[in-house]
Design a protein around this ligand. Structure first.
Ligand code: SAH
Ligand code: SF4
Length: 348
């Protein structure tokens, strides 16, 4: 495309630096060599061949400890998604959305409770990264974004190509500066695309949301387990492990009376035997009808896993005061303004 327009590799690099490294959204005052200047004026902007996607920030909320900042971003078609910037020990992580809504319907998840609206484009995913980088540059000019997690709204492996393309863009040297090994893709257990990550030797970290130690326990929380059952999922994780040699992160949201018993922890330990794994325990942010586990339950759970030799840590429940659970801020906003609505859930 560039070659046909007479744009050289040198020009392309200058354009890439302005858009991807500096995260500029207005190219009108950037000093480019004349041929590139002319090309940008003719081709980039509203109504032209290309435009720079800059979602409008419709809400910004800071947690009381100041470490979590949550943004509601409005996309060009009016859909609203959540993007979060978190600080932990001076390091910054962006939590990105991959879809507007989600089709997987996990019963405790505010996004799942909303249903699926649409996939995000690669550009809309990259735009979230640039949004938090601009925010970070304004508040901490000496710091950079270090990590990215695809743990916002949506199931990233249900939107495979755009998610991977977006992560390739942000991790390309000379771009947003986030290394591939600092990017984690979290999935509810979308089996065919976990296998695809292994086949393609994807450089990103894999996190699998398990939440259940046997089929009955898991299916009651994660309905998609009826399509890709626990046994198939664990077999897939073993294949991934064997093919890639990479560690798998397993996420476990602790839900009172559902999956937080020491017996469940024992069954989980047995499931993970032989897989290089790390378990992240996530205290539930209470949603419609679901309660978080008492901290004691969680500690007991952790003890059982550690005794079985499985590394296991608690994910901080930072920012609970900004409705920081996945999809919770948008859900709260919808309650306040029920006019904004969604299509019913569709299965993948
Ligand atoms: N769809 C992907 C990624 C987005 S959800 C997935 O499910 O993995 C990211 C994580 O947040 C998942 O582990 C999910 O189970 C967890 N989560 C969702 N709702 C939550 C809530 N209310 N409290 C705590 N964790 C929650
Ligand atoms: Fe979707 Fe993940 Fe929420 Fe499940 S937990 S409904 S997969 S966003």
């Amino acid at each position: 495309m560039f070659v046909a327009d007479g744009i050289t590799a040198h020009h392309a690099k200058a354009l890439w630096g302005a858009v991807q490294r500096k995260a500029l959204t207005d190219l009108s005052s950037v000093v480019f060599l004349p041929p590139l200047r002319k090309w940008v004026d003719e081709n980039v902007g509203a109504g032209k061949r290309f435009f720079i996607d800059r979602p409008e920030q419709s809400e910004e909320i800071h947690s009381s400890d100041g470490l979590t900042r949550k943004y509601l971003l409005r996309l060009t078609d009016g859909q609203v998604i959540e993007t979060v910037l978190m600080e932990y020990r001076g390091r910054f992580t962006a939590c990105l959305s991959s879809q507007a809504g989600c089709a997987m319907g996990c019963v405790f998840c505010a996004t799942g409770q909303m249903g699926f609206v649409r996939h995000l484009t690669a550009g809309e995913i990259v735009a979230q990264v640039h949004h938090v980088r601009r925010v970070l540059a304004a508040s901490h000019p000496d710091r950079r974004l270090r990590n990215i997690v695809l743990m916002g709204m949506g199931e990233p492996l249900h939107n495979y190509d755009p998610v991977m393309r977006a992560m390739d863009v942000v991790s390309t040297p000379g771009g947003a500066g986030v290394g591939a090994n600092f990017i984690a893709i979290s999935t509810v257990g979308y089996v065919p695309h976990i296998l695809r990550m292994a086949e393609e030797a994807s450089p990103y970290r894999l996190a699998v949301s398990l939440h259940g130690s046997n089929e009955a326990e898991r299916s009651s929380l994660v309905p998609v387990s009826r399509k890709w059952d626990l046994e198939t999922l664990m077999e897939t994780c073993r294949t991934y492990s064997r093919k890639t040699g990479r560690k798998i992160f397993f996420e476990w949201t602790l839900i009172a009376g559902k999956n937080d018993s020491p017996e469940a922890a024992g069954r989980l330990a047995a499931l993970l035997e032989g897989i290089d794994s790390h378990v992240n325990l996530i205290p539930l942010n209470p949603t419609n009808g679901y309660d978080g586990s008492g901290s004691n339950g969680g500690l007991e759970f952790q003890k059982v896993l550690r005794a079985a030799g499985i590394p296991c840590t608690f994910r901080q429940r930072r920012g609970i005061d900004v409705a920081a659970g996945c999809g919770m801020l948008k859900a709260e906003k919808l309650r306040r303004a029920p006019g904004l609505h969604h299509l019913p859930a569709r299965l993948p």
